[in-house]
Design a protein around this ligand. Structure first.
Ligand SMILES: Nc1ncnc2c1ncn2[C@@H]1O[C@H](COP(=O)(O)OP(=O)(O)OP(=O)(O)O)[C@@H](O)[C@H]1O
Length: 694
């Protein structure tokens, strides 16, 4: 009963956990997918065409608007039934896209945006005017409320916040494409990355930390731009790629990358730097989620509206310096200065930083590469004694541990004493009392006749509150001790992490940190106390069980020793394998968490480049590695369970025999006849049963 209740407690906890987890999973599964809305344009000269498109960030906003529309449709039609024309209020209700509620839901409203193939389009406007949203709409990543979006050609996208993978700089640029040395070094040159690579300790094989932690903002932008340029796509959507570079580097990239290398591509360039806009075929000006003006730079300047004001303000603020730099660079490009692979290779050789691929080798040479992320260490062998020592000192020291141990001893001891007392009481029977039956005086076997009955009753009655009291004391002491240990370890870990130098965050993936604070802390907070409690409890139960069984039948100690030796060998084999599998499982979980985080951050880029399947495949591989360890752990548990059950079955067989049979069965021994008293045998049977259950 006690065992069943304890299992019920654990099962209830697991069921609660499962309910919470299922609710979370359900919330994700019920999210609405973005319905693909991009079609191919009929006019094949068009690269992108958005026709009166209205977009929102999420479908909930769209639904809210649609519900409002339906409601207003009904009331408006009812109101209009007696009249031929609608009032302004009714018109507004009938056209949800003009209502204030809908405007707040939609990020882009009535957008008409046409880009012919091979054109360079500039997009400008105030912050928050919807420039990024326009690019995402063209990529099909917003919810379309009305209108049409057409696109012809593959895309490359450079997000405003550069997205960098935890991989080498080279792999960040290649982004899963095969290595082509000419194309690669040309990309590096055009994105003005040569000097940066030479400065990196391992050249282009240097490992870049998560979120590009060891790169400057400008370097990250150029790596993201280089990734797009190397991908060699038809349409380039560049979201302010020159915002974090100085005027000279910006001019270099604009001239050599955007104007020269992407000359035959379709480019949409979002920028706050107006000096680049005059080189664009068309300029779109955004305001409050709408296209407020568009045309060539000259046309927009002639109109003397928002665009002209913006350009003039910008020129007066920055002077003509950036414009001059751009013109200088432009002249250089015009003079024919272009990419020279030989010159670039000589540079690399001189600096001895870039790997052997400078000679055209497609194989990546890890020599000289700097590894940033320190691989997670997998400990070998048994758990070190100082680990236990540290946990004990975190729990309050040896005295507290001893106190907790004593509480368990008191609780199990009082329970054992209660059973033993009950057995003695029954064994005492009627004591010295006699009864008069058939004119004869006979000793009484009724315990009610025992003259010591009140004493037996009182002691047994006292044991019950003692058991309850010691159980409470045990629970309180143990909870206090383990809670103290886990909060001390958590606080120490947190403080340590907060005071760690930047180098720690550069070299430690976020997945590993999250793993420590979630799963590892959960083990210390929840599973370790449960396991320690069960070990302490069972340890005393086993000791008392052995004591009582041996008191009842000393010969049993011989088969017990044999069984203990077999248990020991089995558990040793089991411990070694499960310990290592558990360590592997722990270590293989961190990369999954990191990978999920990285993927979520870069979803727009991944979708734009069409790399979903690559990321999914990598995730599945990591997940398989982790679940393989988990699966093997479960197999090892079953392996142990089968062996323990077999041994337990053997012990049960002993329980069904008489003590004499057991002695005969094992050793041909014959226990003295006084040991075969039914009550002795009863307690022996009970304790054996208890041991089996453990
Ligand atoms: N993920 C999002 N969910 C909901 N609203 C968003 C989200 N991202 C941006 N917005 C809102 O959408 C509007 C347009 O944002 P967008 O990023 O397109 O502006 P932007 O013109 O690119 O600005 P900036 O020049 O600062 O990059 C802003 O009002 C912004 O607050």
């Amino acid at each position: 009963m006690k065992d069943a209740l304890s299992r019920l407690r654990q099962s209830t906890r697991s069921v609660c956990d499962a309910i919470v987890a299922l609710a979370r999973i359900k919330a994700i599964l019920l999210l609405e997918d973005i319905v693909p809305y991009i079609t191919r344009p009929i006019d094949r000269t068009q690269a992108i065409c958005i026709s009166v498109g209205t977009f929102s960030w999420d479908s909930v906003a769209v639904r809210r608007s649609s519900a409002a529309t339906e409601k207003s449709d009904v009331s408006a039609l009812g109101a209009m039934s007696g009249r031929t024309t609608a009032t302004d209020q009714e018109k507004e209700k009938l056209n949800p896209y003009e209502s204030s509620e809908h405007q707040s839901a939609n990020v882009l409203t009535n957008i008409s945006f046409q880009v012919a193939k091979g054109q360079l389009i500039g997009v400008c406007g105030q912050v928050g005017s919807g420039k990024t949203a326009l690019l995402l709409a063209a990529l099909g990543q917003l919810h379309l409320s009305s209108g049409r979006v057409m696109r012809d050609g593959s895309c490359a996208y450079v997000s405003q916040e550069p997205w960098i993978l935890n991989a080498s700089l080279r792999n960040n640029i290649l982004f899963g494409e095969s290595f082509d040395s000419k194309r690669y070094y040309e990309t590096i040159y055009r994105c003005s990355l040569s000097q940066d690579i030479n400065m990196l300790p391992g050249g282009d094989e240097t490992e870049i930390g998560e979120r590009g932690i060891n790169l400057s903002g400008g370097q990250k932008q150029r790596v993201a731009l280089a990734r797009a340029l190397y991908a060699n796509r038809d349409i380039y959507l560049l979201d302010d790629p020159l915002s974090a570079v100085d005027a000279r580097v910006g001019a270099h990239i604009f001239n050599r990358c955007i104007l020269q290398a992407l000359k035959h591509k379709t480019v949409i360039l979002v920028t706050h730097h107006v000096q680049y806009l005059k080189h664009c075929n068309q300029v779109y000006m955004m305001k409050d989620g709408r296209v407020c003006d568009h045309g060539t730079h000259e046309e927009l300047m002639d109109r003397e509206q928002d665009y002209a004001v913006m350009v003039k303000t910008h020129s007066s603020e920055t002077g003509d310096q950036s414009q001059c730099v751009l013109e200088e660079e432009h002249l250089l490009v015009g003079d024919g200065e272009s990419f020279d692979p030989g010159h670039d290779a000589a540079d690399r050789e001189k600096n001895r930083r870039v790997s052997s691929s400078s000679q055209g080798s497609e194989k990546l040479d890890p020599r000289g590469a700097e590894q940033l992320t320190v691989p997670e260490m997998i400990q070998k062998g048994s758990i070190r004694f100082d680990t236990y020592q540290r946990y004990i000192s975190a729990a309050g020291g040896y005295y507290m541990a001893l106190l907790a141990c004593l509480c368990f001893l008191l609780n199990v001891g009082s329970t054992a004493f209660s059973s033993w007392w009950l057995a003695s009481w029954i064994r005492a029977g009627g004591g010295n009392a006699t009864v008069f039956v058939n004119n004869q005086t006979m000793p009484s076997h009724n315990i009610n006749d025992n003259p010591d009955f009140p004493m037996y009753q009182l002691v047994y009655a006292v044991t019950i509150p003692v058991i309850l009291g010691t159980s409470l004391l045990r629970g309180l002491t143990f909870t206090k001790v383990t809670l103290r240990a886990s909060s001390y370890l958590h606080n120490k870990l947190f403080k340590k992490m907060m005071h760690s130098p930047m180098h720690f965050f550069e070299t430690t993936p976020t997945g590993r940190m999250q793993n420590i604070f979630s799963r590892d802390m959960d083990e210390v907070d929840v599973w370790l106390p449960i396991t320690v409690e069960s070990i302490m409890q069972n340890m005393w139960i086993i000791l008392f069980a052995i004591l009582f069984v041996c008191l009842a039948f000393p010969w049993f100690i011989i088969p017990l020793l044999v069984l203990a030796a077999i248990y020991y060998v089995i558990s040793k084999v089991f411990r070694v394998s499960v310990r290592d599998l558990k360590r592997l499982e722990n270590v293989s979980r961190s990369p999954i968490i990191s990978w999920v985080g990285t993927t979520v951050q870069g979803l727009s880029t991944i979708h734009a480049f069409g790399k979903q399947s690559d990321f999914m495949a990598r995730f599945m591989k990591m997940f398989d590695e982790n679940t393989t360890c988990l699966y093997l752990c479960c197999i090892a548990m079953r392996w142990l369970a089968v062996r323990i059950d077999t041994l337990a079955g053997d012990t049960s067989r002993q329980q069904n025999m008489s003590a004499d049979d057991v002695a005969n069965y094992y050793f041909g021994l014959h226990p003295p006849s006084e040991l075969l008293k039914p009550l002795h045998f009863g307690s022996w049977f009970c304790f054996l049963l208890q041991m089996n259950r453990l």
